[in-house]
Design a protein around this ligand. Structure first.
Ligand SMILES: Cc1cc2nc3c(=O)[nH]c(=O)nc-3n(C[C@H](O)[C@H](O)[C@H](O)COP(=O)(O)O)c2cc1C
Length: 419
């Protein structure tokens, strides 16, 4: 495709949004490399997240995949042409609620990547905040904050050529005025919303997110502002929304990774820690996520629990069965394993599986219009049998302290193969 075909320099101030995506009043799962897999996204949705971002995937990595339908898991998978491993997957349950995040430094490549997945996602986001050298050296992530012409070229190109909303996620620049100017130039591209991680690119999670920066941003922008940074409990998110209110929606990363049930309303009974972890594990195994990725995600989930026994036992695991043993799921695993495909949850499964391109398959439109959260006939029963239906009866609420650990890692598309 020639650049001229896809790149437009016209400014588009028409903020008409995709009818199904409203960025106001939402609680959103943030993009997280390695951890924002399908199971984690579905878990967050099951507890009440309104929208879920997938992990950042680099433009060329997604555009070079093959779209296939996996009938063993009822998922659409985007698999590497090279080795068959999968790069991104989605299913009917998150239809209308999953946002695809691109890592990119080039408008044409961004569009090719986005066009590849657009039929399966409700919006496309551009990562303009990742500070890691891999991203920045390639002109991606936070590097785009210093190259506004490239950043706006990407946004305009996507906006003019995609049928879905386009958004971006930025960090703070070194002055408030520069941040506002950058955000306004993004708004001028016709994007539907902007997420702001309230830290500068050199700041780490140990630095408190600067919530007061949301106020001038909110006052300057006319598109919805999604506030991100240090919302570690449902209570802190609700307090911010009710009492401070300088944003239209909130986005949560580490708080959700450590406790996906953070999305439950405060007044709801909270599941126990064990219940939350078990439900994630059951979901990840029944979706065929690769063992290394499940292990990584569970280790992240329990990283704030201070439970040495869990931690040591998890470090020693070598298979999904081992993980189930740690969390009292041995019986469940024995019951479910005969129905899993051969070599399930391994890289070999994907390498051995034939790649059959299927661009026609589509999940039936979800009932009730809005999309997402809908389970196909038969799937509901299957989920019950697998023990991954809605969250179980709850007894105890976990509040995770703010500001602990967890750094931003970007440039993914590899979480499912454990790299
Ligand atoms: C494990 C992990 C992976 C992340 N991956 C991404 C990513 O792929 N894209 C992105 O824009 N931000 C990524 N981030 C940053 C988060 O989306 C978020 O901006 C940051 O963690 C601040 O939010 P929090 O305070 O709620 O954790 C990642 C963060 C973590 C902890």
């Amino acid at each position: 495709m020639e650049n001229d075909e896809v790149i437009s320099r016209e400014t588009n101030r028409d903020h008409a949004t995709y009818p199904d995506v409203d960025y106001r009043g939402k609680l959103i799962l943030a993009p997280m490399v390695h951890a924002g897999n399908l199971a984690m996204r579905l878990e967050c949705l099951s507890y009440g997240a309104d929208l879920v971002y997938g992990e950042e995937i680099i433009d060329r990595r997604i555009s070079s995949t093959v779209r296939t339908y996996n009938d063993a898991y009822n998922t659409v998978e985007y698999r590497s042409r090279k080795d068959g491993t999968f790069v991104f997957s989605t299913n009917r349950e998150e239809r209308g609620k999953v946002v695809f995040q691109l890592g990119t430094a080039d408008a044409t490549q961004a569009l090719l990547g986005a066009q590849k997945v657009v039929q399966d996602v409700c919006a496309v986001d551009v990562n303009m905040g990742c500070p890691k050298s891999f991203s920045v050296k390639g002109g991606m992530g936070a590097a785009l904050l210093s190259t506004p012409l490239v950043a706006t070229d990407i946004l305009k190109t996507l906006r003019r050529n995609l049928p879905c909303p386009v958004t971006c996620k930025i960090r703070l620049l070194d002055t408030m005025q520069k941040t506002i100017d950058f955000a306004l130039s993004c708004e001028d591209c016709g994007i539907a919303a902007i997420a702001v991680h309230a830290r500068e690119k050199h700041e780490r999670p140990a630095h408190a997110a600067r919530w007061d920066s949301f106020r001038p941003l909110k006052e300057s922008l006319s598109i919805p502002l999604i506030a991100n940074g240090d919302f570690m409990t449902r209570r802190s998110a609700d307090k911010f929304r009710k009492e401070v209110g300088w944003a239209d929606s909130l986005m949560i990363a580490r708080g959700a990774l450590w406790n996906p049930a953070i999305f439950l309303p405060e007044e709801a009974d909270a599941p126990t820690r064990l219940e939350v972890i078990q439900k994630y594990i059951r979901r990840a195994i029944t979706l065929g996520h690769v063992f290394q990725n499940i292990k990584y995600t569970v280790l992240q989930m329990i990283s704030q629990d201070g439970n040495l026994q869990w931690n040591e036992a998890m470090q020693a695991t070598r298979s999904p069965r081992d993980i189930c043993d740690v969390f009292d799921l041995a019986e469940w695993y024995s019951a479910i394993s005969p129905s899993l495909p051969q070599a399930a949850c391994t890289l070999q499964y994907y390498r051995a599986r034939e790649i059959v391109e299927d661009n026609a398959f589509t999940f039936a439109a979800p009932a009730g219009g809005g999309g997402g959260g809908c389970v196909a006939e038969g799937e509901e029963q299957q989920q019950k049998e697998n023990g991954v239906e809605g969250h179980p009866v709850k007894r105890r609420r976990l509040d995770v302290d703010a500001g602990v650990d967890g750094d931003e890692v970007c440039a993914g598309g590899a979480s499912e193969n454990g790299t």
